[in-house]
Design a protein around this ligand. Structure first.
Ligand SMILES: [Zn+2]
Length: 68
């Protein structure tokens, strides 16, 4: 009787799987030297977005908001 590994059925939640993640800018395979981006250009684009002040970290839902 096979035993399923725990915590293996939660799509969209938990820690990301796989060692290689696609470039968040263009979706191409990330360059190990440019993680998590595929090229200096994509990194620069992302950096500019950061500086613009309109960047939201995907998957990070741990910030406290003063909604009340
Ligand atoms: Zn890219």
């Amino acid at each position: 009787m096979p035993v399923d590994p725990p915590g293996g059925s939660a799509p969209g939640q938990g820690r990301p799987k796989g060692p290689a993640k696609p470039c968040p800018e263009c979706g191409k395979p990330a360059n190990p030297a440019m993680l998590p981006f595929c090229s200096p250009r994509c990194r620069d684009v992302d950096l500019n977005r950061w500086l613009s002040g309109s960047y939201v970290i995907p998957g990070k839902d741990n910030e406290e908001e003063d909604a009340e």
